[in-house]
Ligand binder design. Structure first.
Ligand code: ATP
Length: 440
């Protein structure tokens, strides 16, 4: 098995092959913004689609929403974001823990990670990006870009509960962008100011949260396996009581061994009835739920599993990266880089490679590629030697390459090559969709 790749290796591969580029690069970039390229957007969309399939469609107790990014500013007063994101802060550059500037002696080692001399200058910092609705730039028009997707699930709770006819326990899921004016962004797509989250707010009765918490923790580990993140690099971190967020009674961070250290990948929190109570208070709307069978009335409590899309993608790049010795045609061996993505997440499921640019070969190959493209994501590549084309497909993680050669014109067969074993099989062109379908 390969060693852990360095961040440079991952960042270079991501750029070289079109997964992720520096944002606004031709203008010299914009601090820590990244653009997902043709392969990155496929991988990212596949992650989001799988997540939605797994957590929303494949269950009967979940529904989704897609809420506006800008919400009534009172939402952020109710949630505590306006209040708690307002003090002068210093941030430890090493572990990114933030402290009220008046609560910490910056001459001393960080109380979180123990490193010394790593604090940023104090800044009166609100992590939320502000903007204005309409052309008048005055206080009355101030709105924020949402710093998390979670609040919309609370704000829309009554509408969703009524229209979806779900009984508690049930959950609301959302995937979307969030914005935080992070003091110290960095480590590629690990910490950026614009990122994407996949969040679930799972509404439960006031009693029995412990069981739901354990069930969700297991569900999060199952997801990690499903999306091909190396489970041996995963750790659970029980957030100590005195470090819990203001809304949380218990939080477990799921951490991953990134090349720059063990850091948060996901989080699971028991948020009690904090959120719905606060929104009831600030909006004046009654958030009481009446159980249709027992008639019991209560403010629902919430267990929240939260997943960063970009951190998932980074953990997947790190997990999938493999270096192997592979034999060359001349009998030597050379380094082969393979991204071992699960086939259903790979940017392309299949590449069609005509052996040469001869029109009669291209005609057959293009037809096959178009056929396959109706169902899967397909790359079509005709330039360079076949060996180089295989290496490129290995490096972008394409599970199957189909080569159309001159014999194909007579026997209607093509060679299908497996990314991981490099084994090649010759099969009838018409059987190729079936072959892929069975392996996916
Ligand atoms: P951290 O401690 O790393 O700042 P957090 O505890 O503030 O993270 P949450 O508020 O729990 O993070 O956000 C939920 C998830 O969103 C995180 O588990 C992470 O996957 C993702 N996330 C949070 N902040 C960022 C960011 N700046 N860039 C990319 N992903 C992020």
């Amino acid at each position: 098995m390969s060693e852990m790749p360095t961040m440079d290796t991952i960042v270079n591969l991501a750029k070289r092959r079109g997964f992720i580029f520096p944002g606004s690069e031709i203008y010299g970039g914009l601090a820590n913004s990244w653009d997902y390229g043709p392969l990155g957007v496929e991988l990212k969309n596949n992650i989001k689609r799988l997540w939605w399939k797994h957590f929303v469609h494949a269950r009967l107790d979940m529904v989704g929403i897609d809420a506006a990014l800008m919400m009534n500013p009172r939402v952020w007063e109710a949630s505590g974001h306006v209040e708690t994101f307002h003090d002068p802060l210093v941030e430890c550059k090493s572990c990114h823990a933030r402290f009220r500037a008046d609560h910490v002696d910056t001459a001393k080692p960080c109380q979180n990670c123990g490193k010394k001399g790593t604090f940023t200058d104090p800044a009166n910092f609100n992590l939320m990006f502000k903007t204005h609705l309409g052309p008048k730039q005055e206080d009355a028009t101030t709105v924020y870009l949402r710093p998390e997707t979670a609040q919309a699930m609370f704000v829309d709770f009554l509408n969703v509960a009524q229209t979806s006819r779900r009984r508690i326990p049930f959950g609301i899921a959302q995937v979307g962008k969030a914005f935080r004016n992070e003091i110290a962004p960095g480590n590629f797509i690990f910490r950026t100011r614009e990122f994407e989250q996949m969040e679930i707010e799972y509404f439960i009765p006031p009693k029995g949260w412990e069981e739901h918490f354990e069930t969700w923790l297991k569900a999060m580990h199952n997801w990690i396996k499903l999306c091909g993140i190396k489970t041996e690099l995963i750790h659970e971190f029980e957030v100590p009581k005195d470090e819990l967020a203001h809304y949380s009674k218990r939080t477990v961070d799921i951490q991953f061994d990134f090349p720059f250290g063990q850091e948060e990948l996901y989080g699971l929190a028991y948020r009690t009835d904090f959120d719905l109570k606060r929104h009831a208070e600030f909006s004046g709307k009654d958030m009481t739920y009446t159980d249709p069978i027992s008639n019991e009335k209560y403010i629902p409590h919430v267990v929240e599993p939260t997943f960063g899309v970009d951190r998932t993608l980074l953990a997947l790049l790190v997990s999938a990266y493999t270096e192997e010795d592979a034999p060359t045609a001349s009998g030597d061996s050379e380094k082969r880089i393979v991204m071992k993505f699960p086939p259903y997440l790979a940017p392309y499921q299949v590449a069609v490679l005509p052996l040469s640019k001869k029109p009669e070969l291209e005609e057959v190959a293009r037809k096959l590629a178009l056929d396959l493209a109706q169902k899967w994501s397909v790359d079509y590549d005709v330039t360079q030697s076949i060996g180089r084309r295989y290496r490129r497909q290995d490096e972008i993680g394409t599970p199957w390459c189909v080569t159309v050669d001159f014999d194909s014109l007579n026997d209607n067969q093509a060679t299908i090559r497996d990314r991981d074993t490099m084994k090649q099989e010759r099969i009838a062109i018409q059987d190729i969709p079936q072959y892929i379908q069975e392996k996916l």
